[in-house]
Design a protein around this ligand. Structure first.
Ligand SMILES: CC(C)(COP(=O)(O)OP(=O)(O)OC[C@H]1O[C@@H](n2cnc3c(N)ncnc32)[C@H](O)[C@@H]1OP(=O)(O)O)[C@@H](O)C(=O)NCCC(=O)NCCS
Length: 170
């Protein structure tokens, strides 16, 4: 069973060991211990442990951009054991929270063009490529960094999540 629970300072060792695993160094951003601890305590950010059958199996970080009409930004998702459906289920649970509890109008993220597995997960959940310009781009950039070279944004609207009934079936 996959569920999310708020990360606690005691989870830091698990989170950083997973993030700093050699096979993850290029796949995702690397944070200091302090950045993780500050995010766990920030009212504008969320830090979740992904539990798989009762044990930590990954983590997810999100930024709250609602006050700036920038929705929810899924900053990072990382799971230890890949291709077992964990990432899809964990992100689906997070989206239920973002669109249900937080009442966000949309969620977005940034993915590398080379990250075919990440894109497969996001598309399955209904995310679509999104290349905003002007005011919208500026608003999103106030909440999180823009996509660097070789990366792009993907976005999912709350109404599409609700219409799709949550996790889309294959
Ligand atoms: C991205 C990540 C969170 C996904 O979690 P996961 O548990 O591995 O993903 P799932 O098992 O739920 O789903 C993987 C999907 O990708 C597909 N997939 C796997 N490898 C693929 C590839 N090379 N090309 C295309 N699709 C691929 C699988 O078929 C599956 O799709 P399906 O459910 O429609 O069959 C995880 O792989 C991870 O931690 N990756 C490293 C960090 C990372 O890239 N984070 C995201 C940064 S934007």
């Amino acid at each position: 069973m996959v569920l999310l629970r708020a990360s606690r300072p005691e989870d830091l060792a698990f989170v950083t060991a997973l993030e700093r695993r050699p096979d993850h160094l290029e796949a995702i951003g690397q944070w200091t211990d302090l950045e993780h601890l500050a995010t766990m305590q920030s009212p504008k950010r969320e830090h979740w442990v992904i539990e798989v059958d009762g044990s930590p199996g990954g983590y997810l970080i999100a930024y709250d951009g609602r006050a700036r009409e920038a929705g929810i930004y899924v900053k990072r998702i990382l799971v230890a054991d890949k291709n077992r459906g964990t990432g899809t289920l964990a992100l689906a649970k997070y989206l239920d929270h973002a669109f249900g509890v937080l009442q966000a109008k949309f969620a977005w993220l940034i993915v590398y063009e080379a990250n075919a597995r990440g894109q497969a997960v996001y598309r399955r959940l209904g995310f679509q490529r999104f290349d905003p310009v002007g005011e919208v781009s500026r608003r999103l950039a106030e909440t999180a960094e823009g996509p660097g070279p070789g990366a792009f944004r993907m976005l999912l609207k709350a109404r599409d999540w609700e219409t799709g009934g949550g996790l889309l079936q294959p």
